[in-house]
Design a protein around this ligand. Structure first.
Ligand code: FAD
Length: 503
């Protein structure tokens, strides 16, 4: 390759693709590069989708990010949004769980639903006496971790018993993936649990130690950093006016000339090696839905894995990529006026529904309490989730059926009879990747196959190494670095230096 400008194509304009493109354009580099994002939809953001409904900020996809994961914080700082972080409202520090068809507060001192103190386990009314004794056995059970991967459900029932697993731990831990603990990979979802077991023997003892030390660190950082109040006190953060603000800022920083919306990538074609070196300047040709094509030196597939499978012309890669299953979910947001509902009744961040309970709703956020700055005084907003692995047909039901089922659940659980003034349904077909047992090995095989058969093509995003927004940003940034390293390694100057240094 010569010293001409290298063209990098980022396929997919969700948070992964956007943060990759932003990093590519804003990293100091030796290569001259051009970056183009190609996005199928007529909008950027992918799963990030903020609506404004009569002045209320309604998130139809993600509503927040974990404050302790730095990637989003750093990105927002670079985008000039550091003064726009917003934490959860003052009453949102408690959450509820459905147990025996009624709402009950989560036990105190929990980590992701797991009470880690003997007293907290003994005090909860969610577990039977037998269930409590079984969970407490963990304190006296040594490390029994198997060598390879195991399911999250296997780990939790092995350590804490089936009751604790089903009633308290699974709803949050697997709920994040809209999945089932019995199918999710421990090593791909919560590898730190395995580390705690290895280090402390007792998983609960490990959690307790971890939580005590992190509370101490949090207290020190709160004292040191009183100015950024929202950042230091809230577990979850958002940005004023909603997460779409971040997408807008990224789009502006990337530049509209570098973004093609409403264009689906159909396939990537690679010429034979001989043809590539002899006659072609760019190694890859990308065919688009408008029948045009574009040439690229490097490509990032920041789409869901099943979409990458359709784009890449390779049987083995297609099998591996399509082997990552996705679950469909939907958010159903109901707006009431405070004449209809008493705002005070909906204090707390919301509730979670274990899969053992007979409801359509899998979780519900009390938006007006969790994000009071987003909602007009006098409006009560509840956001319900439906759909989980194996039970996602409901997402494809018609609006009337979805609304009827959600209202039936709210009547049973919250005694709400009132008809909401407005309902927003947002379906997300095949949205939540399921990291099944062996997922990490599968991702490693995908990367190996890519390096071998399609050098210069990379994958990143929710389907691979973390579904949370900060995880996706991390992956986008790492992919950008890999692309720049790859291009540099292709440059004649680099080849010369390497040859010389090898002697
Ligand atoms: P996506 O956002 O899916 O972006 C991929 C993009 O690729 C899409 O825009 C798509 O149109 C495009 N594309 C696909 N095929 C093609 C093609 N052939 N050609 C061109 N473009 C293509 N995470 C959190 O951290 N906090 C939360 O509160 C949270 N809540 C969530 C709630 C819901 C309802 C959902 C669905 C997810 C939630 N998540 C949350 C997870 C998080 O939102 C996602 O994992 C993340 O946004 C995925 O980003 P991504 O860029 O990897 O993929």
């Amino acid at each position: 390759m010569n010293n001409r400008t290298k063209h990098i194509i980022v396929i997919g304009g969700g948070i992964t693709g956007l943060s990759a493109a932003y990093t590519l354009l804003h990293t100091k580099k030796k290569e001259s590069i051009k970056v183009t994002i190609i996005e199928r939809e007529h909008r950027l953001g992918g799963k990030i989708n903020t609506a404004n409904v009569t002045g209320n900020v309604i998130e139809r996809g993600p509503d927040s990010f974990l404050a302790h994961k730095d990637a989003m914080i750093h990105l927002c700082e670079k985008l000039g949004l550091a003064d726009r972080f917003a934490g959860t409202g003052p009453t949102a520090n408690k959450a509820f769980l459905v147990s025996n068809q009624a709402l009950t507060p989560f036990p105190r001192d929990t980590f992701m639903g797991i009470p880690y103190h003997k007293e907290a386990i003994e005090a909860t009314n969610v577990l039977s006496e037998q269930g409590k004794s079984r969970a407490l056995e963990d304190f006296f059970t040594p490390n029994e971790a198997p060598e390879g991967d195991e399911s999250l459900g296997h780990f939790l029932s092995r350590r804490l018993g089936t009751e604790m697993m089903e009633r308290l731990a699974e709803p949050i831990l697997a709920g994040i993936y809209a999945g089932h603990a019995a199918q999710l990979s421990l090593l791909a979802t919560y590898p730190e649990f395995r580390d705690l077991e290895r280090k402390y023997g007792s998983f609960l003892q490990g959690l307790q130690t971890l939580m005590t030390s992190s509370k101490r660190t949090a207290k020190t950082s709160i004292d040191a950093d009183l100015s950024s109040n929202a950042r230091s006190t809230s577990v979850f953060l958002t940005i004023q006016n909603g997460l779409q603000t971040i997408v807008k800022a990224l789009a502006e920083a990337i530049g509209k000339d570098n973004i093609h919306l409403g264009t689906r990538v159909r396939q990537i074609v690679t010429p034979e090696d001989t043809e590539l070196s002899a006659t072609r300047i760019h190694p890859y040709t990308i065919y688009l839905s408008d029948n045009s094509s574009v040439e690229a030196d490097a490509i990032l597939l920041a789409t869901p894995a099943f979409a990458a499978a359709q784009i890449l012309q390779d049987h083995d890669l297609q099998m591996e990529l399509a082997g990552i299953p996705y679950t469909s979910v939907a958010t159903v947001t109901l707006l009431f006026s405070s004449d209809q509902l008493d705002v005070k009744q909906y204090e707390g961040s919301g509730f979670i529904v274990p899969s053992t309970e007979p409801y359509t709703i899998t979780a519900c956020t009390f938006v007006s309490a969790k994000w009071p700055q987003n909602i007009h005084h006098g409006t009560v907003v509840l956001r319900c989730f439906i759909g989980r692995a194996g039970q996602d047909k409901i997402v494809l039901a018609n609006d009337d059926e979805i609304i009827a089922r959600v209202r039936e659940d709210l009547k049973s659980l919250l005694h709400i009879e009132a008809k909401p003034g407005r309902v927003l349904i947002k379906r997300w077909p095949h949205a939540m990747p399921q990291y099944q047992v062996g997922h990490l090995d599968r991702v490693a095989r995908i990367r190996q196959l890519l390096a071998l058969r399609f050098p210069g093509i990379f994958v990143a995003g929710a389907g691979y190494e973390g579904v949370g927004l900060p995880d996706c940003i991390n992956q986008g940034e790492q992919a950008a670095t890999q692309i720049l390293d790859y291009l540099q390694a292709q440059s004649p100057h680099y080849a010369l230096v390497t040859k010389r240094s090898k002697g």
